[in-house]
Design a protein around this ligand. Structure first.
Ligand SMILES: *Cc1c(COP(=O)(O)O)cnc(C)c1O
Length: 293
């Protein structure tokens, strides 16, 4: 974890150091291990790029054939990363939701395993919260801010924190701050409106392509867990994302636009103002989408 140069109350959990450059590897390692245990011959996955690169990598390690349904808005570096690891790409002209729909037609096929935001992935992604608490010597921070696309990271982080409390490893549960881009904010809206279901964002518009998920797969679980812990939510504009990314860069931390969303949200909510300790999860490497914005 890295300390902020600007605000001593902010810590950054920099997830770019995972093998394929995003936190997705935490879930893929469990998911593909399970696929291998089940003896599947082929995995299929819809992705805005990072999950695809991660699933491609772990599938290659496990000698499993892999196909990624990739919307054409995905940054080219992510497509190259996927291709380099020998996975097939099906280009999808449309939204992430369109790609998800296409993968579902594959599910009925024999020996095909659909990966994505499912139970095993969620179990793997809990490790980011375990690590944060461990790195703070089992003294939980006040708040953990994270970006929300499909809401798997959000649902898993909450679950991990509840479990740490349940087994007595921590005494208090940090509040989670769930941050979305204003151009794709279905979970933000549902939480603010005290609603249990999601109204799909039909045409997501954001430079934070890794969180351009119009109908978050894990929203139901995520919403109920966020409510249970009295978590908070915020939405950030494109300008706020760009500004946060620049500020992180000036501190030597290079992230893709989605990787700056938690920090943009934490700043907007003025977290840390009253001395709270805030951990921002910086979810993906800058080299995945290095455009200067
Ligand atoms: C996947 C991803 C997210 C969003 O995570 P979800 O579990 O889909 O909510 C955020 N940032 C990056 C870089 C990602 O790859």
């Amino acid at each position: 974890m890295l300390e902020s140069n600007h605000n001593k109350n902010f810590l950054f959990k920099y997830e770019a150091a995972n093998p394929t450059g995003s936190f997705k590897d935490r879930g893929s390692t469990v998911e593909i291990t399970k696929a291998r245990e089940l003896g599947v011959k082929k995995v299929v996955c819809a992705s805005t790029g990072n999950m695809g690169a991660s699933v491609a990598s772990y599938s290659a390690r496990a000698n499993i054939n892999c196909t990624i349904y990739l919307p054409t808005f995905a940054p080219p570096n992510k497509a190259n990363q996927i291709k380099n690891m020998g996975a097939n790409i099906v280009n999808v002209k449309g939204t992430y939701e369109d790609a998800v729909k296409l993968t579902k037609t594959q599910r009925a096929k024999k020996h095909v395993y659909l990966t994505g935001d499912y139970a095993y992935r969620g179990e793997g992604e809990k490790s980011v919260a375990f690590e944060i608490i461990d790195q703070l010597n089992w003294n939980p921070p006040d708040i953990i801010a994270l970006p929300v696309g499909n809401a798997t990271l959000l649902a898993s982080t909450c679950k991990a924190l509840f479990e740490l409390k349940e087994v007595g490893l921590i005494k208090k549960i940090p509040r989670v701050a769930a941050i979305q881009a204003k151009g794709c904010n279905p979970l933000y809206k549902a939480y603010k409106n005290k609603c249990d279901h999601i109204t799909t964002c039909k045409s997501p518009k954001t430079i934070a392509t890794a969180i351009a998920c119009g109908h978050p797969v894990d929203a139901t679980q995520a919403l109920s867990r966020l409510r249970k812990m009295r978590g908070i939510t915020e939405q950030v504009t494109e300008r706020e994302i760009i500004q946060a990314r620049k500020e992180l860069g000036k501190q030597g931390i290079f992230v893709e636009p989605s990787g700056a969303v938690s920090y943009a949200g934490a700043k907007k909510l003025e977290l840390g103002k009253r001395g709270q300790q805030v951990v921002c999860i910086l979810s993906g490497h800058g080299l995945k989408d290095p455009r200067v914005l």
